[in-house]
Write a protein that binds this ligand. Structure first.
Ligand code: IFM
Length: 468
């Protein structure tokens, strides 16, 4: 597999998110988000870690952009912190916040890297959570106001926009299982949050189009390849439920303008949706997008269980359990199944055959070790990336309209409830010194792309892994 197996205009990027890398949480007027609050709750984040400093990217973004240029990527997906733009979630723009993202976009431009900005990567302004968060319909309107401001003020420097990142996580980890901010346990009411998030996406698309009719805009969903553990009716039904909550609850309204009725019934929310998810809402949610972003990491093999285990992120389907198939897993416990990437691309493609698709995240966490000579040899991550990029190649060969691939993540960062105890970067970060060191996987990616780090490693400097 080589880069030349892909078209010249294929987008090759790395991805990050504001709270995970920026730090500087109290600088230049930034207001508090739900992650500032949640990470301070005892026991919420492993080791009591917070994003206060993270990768200090706010001050080191120039170095990080130069690193990306050396890697050889042609795109960078980052997120804008809502509370840098609107410190309390409404009202006029905070100029200093806008200025930071302009500096970032301009620096990317100087290096020939296209900025891809995500408007919401989970950092809701705390003020909005205090008045109900995503359980409140009005939050969707607040989000659209912020989206309009961001695109109006930055749209001359950024053309590619993603409204939401992984609304499944915001709704179900945030409002059902409570593993993520704001850490609430609202059971099936979390589906209301899902609807308001999607409504926020719909209103935001309208605001984006009004601010910049030529913007390239879409949404990013985290999709899973889901299959039953056996052919029994119980396991098949359990898989239907998990596929419903993970995939169809988001894909169907965005691409087909309707919610999957079976999912609403399972959760006991059919009446609420009949009353509150109006035809106008669904028309907004399904208004044309320019592309769909898909974050793909893993496959779920699902069986019917008897007890509710840790499945409360699946309201109404708590008894469905993910089983361990014995296949290799990453440090997150996520099964490695590159072929599943084709499954999720197919899922989107069958609903919207003309829509360009992007893998906006794909990557893996492993226990990396820095060797005595300072190298980080991460053969498992390298294999993971290579296999998934090869799955991209196969998808294109199959005729799927895949137009780009972003590695999660550029560099190690704050992995939410896992704090700094899980590393996804292709670049290692020493959190004491903030030194960045490309891992063997990063060198491989750079070599694959024809980047400078790849050339250096080919000459023998820093070479730690033989690539077939
Ligand atoms: O770190 C996250 C990212 O913020 C969203 N997608 C999954 C990644 C790995 O868990």
């Amino acid at each position: 597999m080589q880069r030349s197996d892909f078209s010249e205009d294929f987008v090759w990027g790395t991805a990050t998110a504001a709270y995970q890398i920026e730090g500087a949480v109290q600088e230049d007027g930034r207001g508090p988000s739900i992650w500032d609050t949640f990470s301070r709750k005892p026991g919420a984040v492993l080791g009591g870690d917070t994003g206060d400093i993270a990768d200090d990217h706010y001050h080191r973004f120039r170095e990080d952009v130069a690193l990306m240029a050396d890697l050889g990527v042609n795109a960078y997906r980052f997120s804008i912190a809502w509370t840098r733009v609107q410190p309390t979630g409404s009202g006029p723009a905070n100029q200093a916040g806008i200025d930071f993202y302009r500096r970032l976009a301009d620096t990317l431009g100087e290096h020939g890297i296209t900025p891809w900005a995500t408007l919401y990567h989970w950092d809701l302004p705390q003020t909005l959570e205090d008045t109900g968060g995503w359980l409140r319909r009005d939050t969707a309107l607040r989000f659209a106001e912020y989206a309009g401001i961001a695109v109006d003020r930055l749209g001359d420097a950024v053309s590619d926009w993603i409204t939401l990142n992984e609304p499944w996580c915001s709704a179900f980890l945030g409002y059902a299982s409570g593993h993520h901010a704001p850490g609430r346990h609202e059971g099936s009411r979390s589906l209301h949050a899902a609807h308001h998030l999607l409504l926020g996406h719909g209103h935001a698309m309208t605001a984006i189009r009004a601010a910049r009719p030529d913007a390239n805009a879409g949404i990013t969903l985290n999709l899973y390849s889901v299959r039953p553990a056996s052919g029994t009716a119980e396991d098949v039904d359990a898989a239907r439920r998990i596929d419903g909550l993970s995939n169809r609850l988001f894909l169907d309204p965005v691409l087909r303008g309707q919610y999957p009725q079976d999912v609403l019934n399972d959760a006991g929310e059919a009446d609420w949706f009949a009353e509150n998810a109006t035809a106008e809402d669904l028309a907004l949610i399904s208004a044309p997008i320019d592309f769909l972003g898909i974050n793909y990491y893993s496959r779920h093999t699902v069986a019917a269980g008897s007890a509710a285990t840790d499945a409360s992120a699946y309201p109404g389907s708590e008894s469905a359990v993910m089983i361990d198939t014995g296949a290799p897993r990453t440090q997150m416990g996520w099964e490695i199944h590159p072929h599943g990437m084709l499954d999720v691309l197919e899922m989107a493609h069958e609903r919207a055959p003309e829509l360009p698709l992007y893998i906006t995240e794909n990557g893996s966490a492993y226990e990396d070790e820095v060797s005595e000579n300072g190298n980080v040899d991460d053969p498992d991550r390298l294999d993971y990336l290579r296999a998934h990029i090869d799955a991209c190649r196969q998808a294109i060969e199959r005729g799927l309209p895949l137009a780009g691939y972003f590695v999660w993540s550029l560099m190690d960062n704050f992995e939410w409830a896992w704090g700094y105890h899980r590393r996804f970067g292709i670049v290692h970060v020493d959190y004491d010194t903030q030194v960045r060191t490309p891992k063997a996987s990063g060198m491989w990616f750079s070599r694959f792309l024809g980047g400078r780090i790849g050339r250096r490693s080919r000459e023998g400097v820093d070479e730690t892994v033989e690539v077939a």
